[in-house]
Structure formats: C-alpha cells, structure tokens
Design a protein around this ligand. Structure first.
Ligand SMILES: [Zn+2]
Length: 67
C-alpha cells in the first residue's frame, strides 16, 4: 500500500488508515484483506460518518462487536 497519490490521500478510508495504521482497533492485530472501517460510536447512537469516528477493524471483529 505504498501507492500514495494525491487522489488517494483525499480518500476517507486512506486517511483513516494513515492515521491509525492497518491494525484492528478492536483486537489489536494487523489487518489483511478483511479490512473494514468500524464506527467507534454507532450511527444508531448518534455517531458521525466522519473519519474522526472511524477506526480500521477486521470485518469479523466489527461484526462480532455489533451482534
Ligand atoms: Zn480484529
């Protein structure tokens, strides 16, 4: 993931990854292809869709957290 063009820098997902690293904020392990962005504060609880409310997470960790 060393391809940092100006276009990807403006991408919200890329900015979240640049800020937090490609590490799951739930279990603390590196993330591979099963990366998703988790809402720290759920949208149903009034959480925003902004990058300040998003953290990288494994798809499964995200799923388990919300089920
Ligand atoms: Zn995880």
């Amino acid at each position: 993931m060393a391809n940092m063009t100006p276009r990807t820098k403006r991408n919200r997902r890329e900015r979240v990854l640049a800020t937090h690293g490609r590490v799951c904020w739930i279990c603390g392990k590196p993330i591979g292809d099963d990366l998703t962005l988790d809402h720290v504060k759920a949208k149903s609880e009034g959480g925003s869709n902004g990058e300040e409310n998003l953290r990288p997470a494994h798809w499964k960790c995200n799923f388990d957290r919300h089920h």
